[in-house]
Unconditional design. Sequence first.
Length: 217
Amino acid sequence: MRYLRIWAFVILALFIAGCAAMTPVAPTTPTGVERRPVVTTPQPTGEKTLPSKGVVRVKPKVIKEGHYWPTRTGPLFALITGPEAWKTFLEKHQAQHISWPEVDWDREILFVALMGGRPTGGFRIRVQDVQVQKKLVIIRVKEETPQPGEMVIQVLTSPFQVVALPREELPTPGFTLRVIMGKQVWEMEVPNITGDSTYTLEPVISLPKGNMELPTK
């Protein structure tokens, strides 16, 4: 009977030791070492961020261009923000009979570039670059002329181009609009692009300081 009690005690001790070996031990942190939570870097959400220089390029969409604007006024640049203003502008320039595509005024506004009268063909005007820098919108316009000796049509022309600019990529409610063509500058304050208005730019006599040499494409 005595031996049975001894064996029972030994078996019980072995059983307890086995259970203790199977119990997971929580990891310990070394003395003096601070445990820090794991930080997960958030993934990009697709939001548009400004480049380091704070300049955003806007891609203009050509609505219509040609060599025969009805009036020979120019150079002239205008920003048009609504359908009624567009209708009035076309009537003023006798251009209402030109076939114009539909404009989504909820999403777009129009920029008109008129070169003015030219003695022959071979001339062209086009929007080269649009940049937004905070509350300043700069539109660079390129004026193309015939090369020496180039064969061109001998007829009076008046080149023009009309482009659409996306509202969502422009400062709201308004901004300063600056047009640069060669060494000439036009500028105007546009207080609100959410209305239905026409803004015709005025030439700048003295060149504005800064923002004249923004990077071009």
